[in-house]
Design a protein. Sequence first.
Length: 316
Amino acid sequence: MRTFVAKLMIMFVMMGAPALHAADKVTIGTGGKTGVYYATGQALCGLLNARNVSCQAPPSGGSVANLKALMAGAADFAMAQSDWQFHAYKGSSEWKDKKIENLRAVFSVYAEPIQVVVNRDAKIRNWYALKGHSINIGNPGAGHRQTMEEMLDAQRWKLSTFSAVSELPSSEQVDAFCEGKFEAFVYAVGIPNNAMQRAVSECNGMLIEPHNTIIRKLATAARPYYSKVTIPAKTYWDGQKKVDTFGVMATLVTMKDTDPGLVETLVKAVFEDFDGFKAKHPAYAVSTPEKMVADGLSAPLHPAAESYYKSRGWLK
């Protein structure tokens, strides 16, 4: 790190610009230790450490906590869902009256598709057939709960559309589904996912698609934090067909004044051995550079990242 920083300091002095984070270890905000955000932080730190940039990616409270740490200067990079990136940059939702104007995107990493799981014996073969059945919509404040509410609004459904509504958090919903406490649940999570695998393979679950009206209304320019996503066939079992849905993106963000040399080092580390990066976690399997530099990014790209992507022909 010190060699890297020394070179950066010389470069910045020659350019007449201040050197930033000169004496510190690079910190990436992640998530809980069992999640893909944490695994992604470890993967990115591994790439930086291999390039003599000292890096740490401790567990954290997730998107909102990471963005607050970034704003306070306690992190250099942060993992954040694309909807929270949007709200933080625009000053909406949690970030009303305290928007992060200097927030900058680096890239999106993978999709977190909305997955609707139903009990096979409930004879729910499509979205409309959910009417009159019991469902878990997630705890208030959860990201997929917010998405579920938008899905209901898109079709002018009320909670009374269902026979019963549970509000269990994601950490409890699969156990409850397996115990037969409700017939369906909605979850936004990277694929493949062990909890989803259990729901489908061990607890008689199957995936259905959100109605195309929902996808058409929500995955629009008005909500750039949503993207259309396809869950590949055989993700959870050999007989599963592909599922067309939508979801948020897991994104990496930083601040406008983060060292350009550091940002360039990171994006080069990811994209110059992209196959090696994709091999670090199954959630990255369907990621492509073209999607990663465009999908789910509401904040402007950091200038160093944007310059590199243009040099590769991924941006005009």
